[in-house]
Design a protein around this ligand. Structure first.
Ligand code: NAD
Ligand code: UDP
Length: 330
């Protein structure tokens, strides 16, 4: 059983990837709870706009840096969250070698920093470590079905190697590390051109272009709203991982891609309809987290249903997309 180790009310958190979609929400929440936050990000897939409202916050500091480079900080660090890595398939495949180095060298650099500062460490891993799963739903003890030489391997295998590094240093008593296996998460601040399903469908519906369905659309995903995920990440950071176990964080409500498209079109009617595109290689056919461990160890489970989260996300994209992409008023 994990033991609570921190009050979570004070201290300094380094958030690598803090200018990204999930990372920027994490920075907001940590600051609102009284922590100081150092955001380290190269802006590879994140955006300055995500953290602009925080720039004048006295507890916030931005450091523009690639985590593949070594770093040092004079001030004490209490927590290191590693969210730095492109997460959308087209983005992590754009420079696969860099994705792999980010996962392995970058995670190694941040673990070294955590060791030096005696800081607690959280690695943002992924449901992709299960690959195209043969077990359903996915429990943490399932070892996965990953194509280790395919186009997704830079991410899947990179994240698997990063997990191994975390648990090696934990077992050696060098870093108080924990691993969150994050399942598909969505919400405001996804980049419109990010390429992931929720942002693609919403942007397409709002701009009146056909919604792209890869393959038959019968493949499934389970979508977690970003505020739920952030609560899970902070809860996991606040426990000591003994025994060392990864923890699934996601929403177990499972939908086909066709069902998701239907929900988006109900919220944003578009005459353009759907268009089928080829299914990307090694695209997992189904995915759903078993979150029993998170419930037991953290007392955490998601609270935002897909309809509510989608509404928030649609509203955010409507307000933030360029006016030319907004639908004509009816
Ligand atoms: P994102 O692309 O919006 O954010 C990633 C951030 O990391 C960006 O700001 C990017 O600029 C930064 N980054 C990337 N490589 C970097 C490097 N080498 N050095 C410094 N900064 C770098 O993605 P996200 O959805 O916010 O994902 C955050 C983390 O959560 C990622 O590690 C991802 O693998 C993990 N994750 C996310 C999901 C999801 O559905 N959102 C699912 C599983 C895992
Ligand atoms: N997908 C789709 N249309 C899109 C983008 C994605 O049909 O415009 C599909 C994709 O093939 C996959 C699912 O939606 O089956 C989720 O894709 P995403 O890239 O969001 O995440 P991941 O594959 O990493 O779970």
């Amino acid at each position: 059983m994990l033991q609570r180790t921190h009050s979570g009310r004070a201290g300094t958190a380094l958030v690598a990837g803090g200018a990204g979609f999930v990372g920027s929400h994490l920075c907001d929440t940590l600051l609102s709870r009284g922590q100081r936050v150092i955001c380290v990000d190269s802006y590879l897939t994140g955006s300055e706009a995500n953290i602009r409202p925080l720039m004048n916050h006295p507890g916030f500091r931005m450091v523009e840096k690639d985590i593949c480079e070594k770093m040092s900080f004079d001030e004490p660090l209490d927590y290191v969250y590693n969210l730095a890595c492109a997460a959308s398939p087209p983005q992590y495949q754009a420079d696969p070698a860099h994705t792999m180095m980010t996962c392995v060298v970058g995670t190694g650099n941040l673990l070294a920093l955590a060791e030096e500062h005696n800081a607690s460490f959280l690695q943002a891993s992924t449901s992709e470590v299960y690959g195209d799963p043969e077990e359903h739903p996915q429990r943490e003890d399932y070892r996965g079905n990953v194509n280790c030489t395919g186009p997704r391997a830079c991410y899947d295998e990179g994240k698997r190697a990063a997990e191994a590094l975390c648990f090696d240093l934990l077992r050696a008593g060098r870093v108080d590390a924990r691993v969150a296996r994050i399942f598909n998460t969505y919400g405001p601040r996804m980049q419109p051109n990010d390429g992931r399903i929720v942002s693609n469908l919403i942007v397409q519906a709002l701009s009146g272009t056909p919604l792209t369905i890869y393959g038959t659309g019968d493949q499934t995903r389970s979508f977690c709203y970003v505020t739920d995920l952030v609560e899970g990440l902070i809860a996991l950071m606040m426990v000591r991982p003994n025994p060392e176990v990864p923890v699934n964080l996601g929403n177990p409500d499972e939908f086909t891609i066709n069902e998701l498209a239907k929900k988006v079109l109900e919220m944003v009617p578009s005459a353009a309809g759907l268009v089928q595109r080829p299914l990307p290689k090694d695209d997992p056919q189904r995915r759903r987290p078993d979150i029993s461990r998170a419930k037991e160890l953290l007392g955490w489970e998601p609270t935002v249903p897909l309809a509510d989260g989608l509404r928030q996300t649609v509203d955010w994209f409507s307000a933030n997309l360029a006016p030319t992409l907004r639908p004509e008023p009816v």
